[in-house]
Design a protein around this ligand. Structure first.
Ligand SMILES: Nc1ccn([C@@H]2O[C@H](COP(=O)(O)OP(=O)(O)OP(=O)(O)O)[C@@H](O)[C@H]2O)c(=O)n1
Ligand SMILES: [Mg+2]
Length: 394
């Protein structure tokens, strides 16, 4: 056995010493079998939360209504969940109240996919009544028992299936895929926040092209908080497979293909306002890098055109530039961020040239602004004027 299971072992020993069962379950066991990084181990037990509290001195009620408490030991925290059974699901969402059971089998039976229904005991033996290990070996996502029932119990599982495709590169078993198609409408019962949380994991996955194809193929995309243009997204995602950008890219694409104001789209996904701000800034920076100096309003209405630009920007931007933080630092350090910040305006141009006002003014200002952004000249009135004269712009 390896970390982080090893440091959680004493907990299992203590629960067992008190006369109850305890084992590792869920994503940690699945990821262990796959050789993936394991973030947090989940422990399942036959002891009720009240019984656990008599065993451990430091506990926090993190999800006690679902039978989960957090045990704190040696400065680390572990989620321990009491075995529970299916059948308490209401309105196709997670159950409001749960029925605790004493049997591990009953607990594994109510889980979503066989790969997530494998338990591992303290000696590293697997308890795998639904052939989850075989599914992992075959890279297949298949529900535990009836697919219809599992999806009706909690419709978020539709999204989970697709995000596992993206993270793990697995494929959907036939019946499971059929049931997803049939139950797409159930997603309307699921909160936007939960859908977005799964979608963000999907965006972070290595196999997002497959996942996006599935979103369209199953019809899930119609139930997402904002619409995507299917053809454009599939094309772009194919390119993005080789793009070093991770979540930023698809969020940006989501904006363009929705054909509406980016902030409107991102609000539909209920992203935190800080994130919305960061994404708009990253968007502006990408535009500036592609020599497109547009006002915010123009930027927001340019839709498709921006999409094409960003696609090429993804492919041309240097790898070290792509970290969001790096991108934003660069954006912050730009000498000007809009035409209005240029020290020269249209009236100056008219005065200097004696010419009539017209579309030429915008073009000249635009070129000067781009030169300032590229660091060719400083944002000083006289310097800009000389530069314009040298370039025969005025
Ligand atoms: N809608 C859900 C959510 C979770 N589970 C079960 O609860 C476990 C833990 O859930 P969670 O931590 O949300 O997902 P993981 O599968 O552990 O994935 P991750 O690695 O992203 O945490 C899952 O493995 C699965 O057995 C479920 O049956 N149905
Ligand atoms: Mg987990």
């Amino acid at each position: 056995m390896k970390e982080p299971f090893l440091s959680a072992l004493p907990l299992i020993h203590e629960i067992e010493a008190a006369g109850y069962e305890a084992c590792f379950v869920g994503g940690a066991v699945r990821d262990f079998l796959l050789g993936r990084d394991i973030h947090d181990v989940d422990i399942a037990t036959s002891a009720t939360p009240a019984e656990l509290k008599t065993i451990f001195s430091k506990t926090v009620d993190v999800g006690i209504e679902h039978g989960t408490i957090m045990v704190i030991q040696n400065g680390k925290s572990y989620e321990v969940t009491t075995y529970r059974s299916e059948g308490d699901y209401q309105d196709y969402r997670r159950p409001e109240s749960v029925t605790f059971v004493r049997s591990l089998y009953e607990d594994l039976k109510r889980r979503d996919f066989t790969m997530n229904a494998i338990a591992m005991d303290k000696e590293g033996n697997f308890i795998d009544p639904f052939a989850g290990r075989l599914a992992v070996e075959k890279k297949v996502i298949v529900t535990v028992g009836s697919a219809d029932e599992r999806f009706q119990e909690d419709a978020l599982r539709l999204m989970r299936a697709v995000r596992f495709v993206s993270q793990l590169g697995f494929h959907l078993e036939k019946q499971t895929e059929k049931a997803i198609k049939e139950h797409v409408d159930l997603l309307r019962h699921i909160s936007v926040e939960r859908i977005t949380a799964e979608f963000e994991k999907l965006l972070d996955g290595k196999y997002k092209k497959n996942a996006f194809e599935l979103l369209f193929h199953t019809g899930i995309y119609k139930r997402l908080p904002s619409l995507f243009n299917q053809e454009h997204v599939v094309q772009s995602v194919t390119k993005l497979e080789i793009s070093p950008l991770k979540e930023l890219d698809i969020w940006l694409l989501a904006l363009y293909f929705s054909g509406e104001h980016p902030v409107t789209t991102l609000k539909k996904w209920r992203l935190p306002s800080k994130k919305i701000k960061l994404l708009s800034m990253a968007l502006s920076y990408l535009m500036l890098r592609k020599d497109h100096f547009w006002s915010r309003d123009e930027l927001f209405t340019a839709g498709k055109e921006i999409a094409l630009l960003v696609e090429t920007a993804f492919l041309t931007i240097k790898r070290e530039d792509v970290q969001l933080a790096h991108l934003l630092d660069k954006y912050e350090s730009l000498p000007i961020k809009s035409l209005k910040e240029l020290t020269v305006n249209g009236n100056d141009l008219i005065r200097w040239t004696g010419k009539q006002s017209g579309p030429w003014i915008g073009k000249v200002l635009h070129e000067a602004a781009q030169a300032v952004i590229n660091g060719e000249i400083a944002n000083h009135k006289q310097e800009i004027r000389s530069w314009m004269e040298n370039c025969r712009l005025i």
